[in-house]
Design a protein around this ligand. Structure first.
Ligand SMILES: [Cu+2]
Length: 235
């Protein structure tokens, strides 16, 4: 095998390994709703910013080695002022604006038409979901049922230690704190099954504290939820 063929195989192998983490049921880079899309966009903006900065720094570094005369005319004062202060301030300011604008979209502000609310309770080491929209007791364990295409406010709390509710393809993480309720607003654009995990170390069962979010077609939601609640009670 020629040297260039080996080189090509190595590059392909490394790229494959690096990008393998970017897909899958727990990927933040495969958003399935607006909240997760907002987070993914911020990630891409930060990646693009880092790539540009890295290229500038490496470019200057290379010039310093191979064409030192080109840079000799720049005074130390200018390097510090423009390279160290101006450039960093501009980059941080742009990232800050992007983070504020995109972060604002995640806030669960009151709406004129109040969205559907569901309760999520973390307990070592299960997630219990209940549904205020349903009359009487309603509980589904480790499976959250929502209607697709609708805004859902997940009211998250805990009955023991701090957990964190995270379904990466739908929304960001939100802490489940005993005695306190945090709200994460999410929408699943299409019907489907989305995975979730506890994202805060909470004891020996932490890694097993998974859940599933099932987004049903809106017209089938009520019946599917009623069936799931009935199945849970007979178990
Ligand atoms: Cu945990």
């Amino acid at each position: 095998m020629s040297r260039s063929a080996i080189k090509r195989i190595c590059v392909l192998g490394v790229t494959g390994l690096l990008t393998a983490g970017c897909t899958g049921p727990l990927s933040t880079l495969e958003p399935a709703g607006p909240a997760a899309a907002s987070i993914a966009l911020l990630w891409w903006i930060m990646l693009a910013g880092s790539v540009v900065l890295f290229a500038i720094v490496i470019g200057l570094f290379t010039l310093a080695f191979y064409r030192p005369a080109w840079l000799a005319g720049i005074s130390a004062r200018n390097w510090i002022l423009h390279g160290g202060i101006t450039m960093s301030s501009v980059v941080i300011l742009l990232l800050l604006v992007a983070a504020f604008v995109l972060g604002e979209r995640l806030v669960a502000r009151p709406l004129a038409d109040p969205p559907l609310a569901v309760q999520a309770n973390g307990r070592m080491w299960v997630w219990e979901f209940s549904y205020p929209s349903v009359e009487g007791p309603s509980l589904t364990t480790n499976v959250l049922h929502i209607p697709a295409g609708e805004i859902v406010d997940v009211r998250v709390t805990s009955s023991d230690v701090i957990h964190s509710f995270w379904s990466p393809r739908l929304a960001g993480k939100i802490d489940a704190v005993p005695g306190h309720e945090n709200v994460v607003r999410l929408t699943a654009e299409r019907p489907g099954t989305y995975r979730g995990v506890c994202a805060e170390f909470c004891g020996v069962g932490h890694t097993q504290m998974h859940f599933t979010v099932i987004a049903h077609p809106p017209e089938a939601y009520e019946q599917a939820l009623a069936d799931a609640i009935a199945a849970e009670t007979t178990e």
